[in-house]
Design a protein around this ligand. Structure first.
Ligand code: GRF
Length: 186
């Protein structure tokens, strides 16, 4: 299964995928390319492994990405900490073959503007006792696509945004690889 990974940030999820491909956890998966919508650390992780890497303009990302994907026979697009909202044309074309990971238990705490620390802040303010991460297919509606799997953890007394970030990262490392593996074996 050939995958393209879209990134905007630190690239922890990208690194998890790279590691899982390298250690044999994802034996059927090849990372064909990485596309970033801004200068970010994920690019370094990608270049470090000699993966074909593109940095695209956010304003024309969907069109430019489509151009780069032409003729590449990509089976799955993996959004890994990717922040640009893709065009409806792009999501319609790729939706069934494009997944995202969100740092909360959707359908709660999702939607436009719900990313990074803002999500965890909202979870804490709502007094939730559990949180987690969700892998889902991507549709034109932000964070609204069909849920593939979720992982949860308990929120403990005194937990702050940084604690949730750490716990989410742990859960994400498990469930994103699990979801990609499941799709690669289907
Ligand atoms: C995670 O919280 C993920 O759910 C969100 O971006 C964060 C990870 O970014 N979509 P990265 O993989 O470290 O770039």
């Amino acid at each position: 299964m050939k995958i393209a990974v879209f990134v905007s940030g630190g690239g922890t999820n990208l690194q998890n995928i790279i590691d899982a491909v390298e250690d044999g956890t994802l034996p059927n998966v090849e990372i064909s390319m990485v596309m970033a919508d801004r200068d970010c650390y994920a690019i370094e992780r990608s270049l470090d492994k000699d993966i074909r890497t593109y940095v695209l303009d956010r304003k024309t990302f969907s069109e430019d990405a489509e151009h780069n994907l032409e003729g590449e026979e990509i089976d799955l697009i993996v959004l890994a900490g990717f922040l640009t909202i893709l065009s409806p044309e792009f999501t319609t074309k790729w939706g069934a073959k494009m997944i995202n990971i969100h740092p909360a238990l959707l359908p709660k705490f999702g939607g436009k503007g719900m990313y990074g620390a803002k999500v965890h802040k909202a979870v804490l303010e709502a007094g939730e006792k559990t949180s987690g991460a969700t892998v889902h297919f991507v549709t034109a509606g932000v964070d609204e696509g069909q849920i593939i799997c979720q992982g949860t953890f308990e929120i403990e007394e005194g937990d702050e945004v940084a604690d949730l970030q750490r716990k989410v990262a742990e859960v994400e490392s498990e469930i994103y690889i699990k979801a990609i593996k499941q799709i690669s074996e289907a």
